[in-house]
Design a protein around this ligand. Structure first.
Ligand code: FAD
Length: 474
């Protein structure tokens, strides 16, 4: 009997497993592939994901494998720098191969005690009042208290659950791959700049060691059912640029669409959905992996609390209440970005207008806070603007605030030195620091770093400790 079975060991599943293990939850991750993915897609970790990694002490392990790039210029690839003074200690993008981030997250989950079984596909399940019986493709049956489907866009768990996945099918296909080029970098840069003015679904970007990431529209080449070939890329490059830049030696080639879909529910009884299993959207802006990892971060401590027996009654339901609107917003912004990449005159005119508007600091800041997910504010009721937002990493007397969140517990940061977490001390840490750079007296942080309470009154605090952390231990 496990506490939680997770279907899928992609970034979402691995992150969730690690978060659950911080609370001693017995976790089994079932992954249908026998080997980790070798598909070297470079993804970008945006500011909020880097913050999550810092909060769990993982960032130092990840940084050496990636390349730091400026945080700006991602909204519809409109080349505007990030606004000055972006509100984060980690205000950059980290380009990193997806298999590397998956390996690091899986290693961490295993180090923390999660079991990962590869070559095991979830094929069915039944739930009852006490738990879930999960059936594997080979007929083996396993039992757990909860099941989480982190099994990607074609999620078996979502389909078996009968949860609707409404949205729009793919209309525009794009080819993407990584390959070497046969002409000098200077020659490429000039040509790419010229073409990018009118073709947004085209790029040739260096990723180091002579390898380029290439994106071209798929329209008119090859059969959708077949994997794309190097010849397809060459043909499209010649059509758009008049040259194929001598591309050769592909590391991988793929095709992706712009389907946009969102699961109607994230939870049915003891079965939950997270990551691509719950939402899909075009990869423009590079948000999918980030969104999934952030789902896992939101769900992990809540599900752990449920299993440990201290979760307040509706805590687990706040997962959907908080994360569904966030995914809705990402679906919307990626839809908008795709429109802005069209070569039709109308969308091109809107793009020019938005490019002008992005010179206004507030507009640029709003869009980048969306893409990087640092602008998210959960609805925790009425209160100061900081309530429901994540708190940035700040200096505290023990070093960095995020350094105090490695164990995935709540934290009361008390500048008044008068308050206490009392009988909640088994799940909430306490730091008295009158010098902390905050313009409020005290904040209560949830394990995911979101501000759950602001104030200086002990009785009010106790009410909020109860709301988020359940009945006290004694
Ligand atoms: C071209 C492209 C570029 C992208 N670039 C970015 C980017 O820059 N930034 C970004 O954030 N995102 C990017 N994404 C999106 C990102 O790759 C996905 O959002 C991310 O992989 C989702 O993670 P996941 O763990 O939810 O699902 P997945 O990565 O799909 O993992 C699901 C796992 O479940 C396993 N599985 C499936 N079915 C079963 C089953 N029945 N039983 C057991 N296991 C099962 C699969 O084998 C897989 O390992 C990009 C996507 C594409 C296509």
């Amino acid at each position: 009997m496990f506490d939680v079975i997770i279907a899928g060991c992609g970034p979402t599943g691995a992150m969730l497993a690690a978060e659950l293990r911080l609370h001693d939850v017995r976790v089994l991750v079932l992954e249908k592939e026998t080997e980790p993915a070798s598909f070297v897609r470079i993804v970008g970790l945006h500011v909020r994901t880097l913050e999550l990694m810092a909060m769990r002490g993982l960032l130092d392990r990840i940084l050496p494998h990636g390349r730091q790039r400026p945080a700006g210029g991602f909204f519809a690839a409109i080349p505007k720098p990030a606004p000055k003074g972006l509100d984060s200690a980690y205000a950059y993008l980290l380009g990193i191969p997806q298999p590397v981030i998956e390996r690091l997250l899986e290693e961490r989950a295993v180090d923390l005690g999660a079991q990962v079984r590869r070559g095991c596909a979830v094929a069915g399940f039944e739930q009852d009042d006490e738990g879930v019986t999960v059936e594997l493709a080979d007929g083996e049956r396993l039992r757990s208290r909860y099941l989480v489907g982190c099994d990607g866009a074609r999620s078996t768990v979502r389909k078996l659950l009968g949860v609707g996945f409404p949205g729009e099918p793919s209309r525009t296909d794009t080819l993407m791959g990584e390959m070497r080029v046969g002409v000098p970098q200077g020659e490429i840069a000039a040509k790419v700049t010229e073409i990018s003015e009118t073709h947004q679904r085209f790029w040739l970007r260096p990723f180091g060691e002579g390898v380029y990431s290439v994106v071209v529209p798929a329209a008119g080449v090859s059969d959708r059912a077949e994997p794309p070939t190097l010849e397809d890329f060459k043909h499209q490059l010649r059509t758009i640029a008049g040259t194929d830049f001598g591309v050769h030696s592909p590391r991988w080639l793929s095709r992706f669409g712009d389907a946009t879909r969102l699961a109607e529910r994230y939870r049915v009884g003891r079965v939950l959905l997270a990551g691509d299993a719950a939402h899909i959207h075009p990869p423009i802006g590079g948000q999918g992996l980030n969104l999934g990892v952030q789902d896992a971060f939101n769900l992990g401590w809540k599900l752990a609390a449920q299993i440990r027996g201290w979760a307040p009654e509706k805590l687990l339901d706040t997962y959907q209440a908080e994360r569904h609107p966030v995914a809705e917003d990402v679906l919307d912004n990626t839809r908008a970005q795709m429109e802005l990449t069209s070569t039709e005159p109308g969308p091109q005119a809107v793009r020019r207008l938005l490019t002008e508007l992005m010179d206004l600091d507030e507009v640029n800041r709003h869009l980048i806070e969306k893409i990087t997910a640092i602008g998210i504010r959960y609805d925790f009721g009425q209160g100061p603007d900081l309530l429901g937002r994540r708190l940035r990493d700040i200096d505290v007397k023990q070093g960095h605030l995020y350094g105090l969140l490695h164990r995935g517990r709540g934290l009361l940061l008390d500048r008044t030195e008068r308050l206490t977490v009392g009988d909640w001390s088994d799940r909430v840490d306490y730091l008295a620091d009158p010098t902390a750079v905050l313009d409020v007296p005290c904040v209560l942080l949830r394990p995911d770093g979101h501000v759950a309470w602001i104030g200086d009154d002990q009785r009010d605090l106790d009410g909020h400790l109860s709301r988020w952390f359940g009945k006290p231990a004694n």
